[in-house]
Design a protein around this ligand. Structure first.
Ligand SMILES: [Cu+2]
Length: 163
């Protein structure tokens, strides 16, 4: 009887600790690419500051793609992103209008609904690195920090993949 009870207790503890792991917001598969200015068309409502940076330092920009999993019951918001390797970091969305690819800056944070996956990927949402202080070389990696309203700060490593 005692043995059965302790087995049951172990089972409960194990399942609780597993459940706890599963219901946390996570960021995965971060990777980066350098981009040149001719690959970028900025929407007319983008800030002057951004256009300025793109125009002058066209060869030193990059993008980060990643995946955000929110298996929790609570909606979250990605408020901001930071990194040491560039001057300006922004969330952009690519939109194709009349066969022209344009990028729009996202303002006011990105909603991450509960029980959802939000993916930053080519031709969609991306993180724009403007005016890089170092060039992005294949095989290298650097840290970026995502700041969520509920989940707080999550640091991930972005791997540069040019091939
Ligand atoms: Cu962009």
């Amino acid at each position: 009887m005692l043995k059965e009870k302790s087995m049951l207790l172990i089972f409960i503890v194990l399942s609780l600790s597993c459940a706890k792991e599963d219901v946390r917001l996570s960021v995965e598969k971060a990777w980066s690419l350098p981009v040149s200015v001719d690959q970028m068309v900025i929407a007319s409502d983008a800030s002057t500051e951004t256009q300025h940076a793109h125009g002058i330092h066209g060869q030193s920009n990059g993008v980060v793609y990643l995946k955000i999993n929110n298996p929790t019951q609570t909606a979250d918001t990605l408020l901001s992103i930071s990194t040491d390797i560039c001057d300006i970091i922004e969330m952009h969305e690519t939109k194709i209008t009349d066969d022209v690819m344009q990028m729009e800056r996202l303002e006011g944070g990105l909603p991450i609904p509960s029980k959802s996956t939000v993916e930053f990927k080519p031709r969609g949402l991306h993180i724009m690195l403007i005016n890089l202080s170092q060039s992005l070389k294949n095989g290298e990696a650097f840290p970026i920090t995502l700041n969520f309203k509920n989940a707080g700060k999550i640091e991930v490593t972005s791997h540069v993949r040019t091939q």
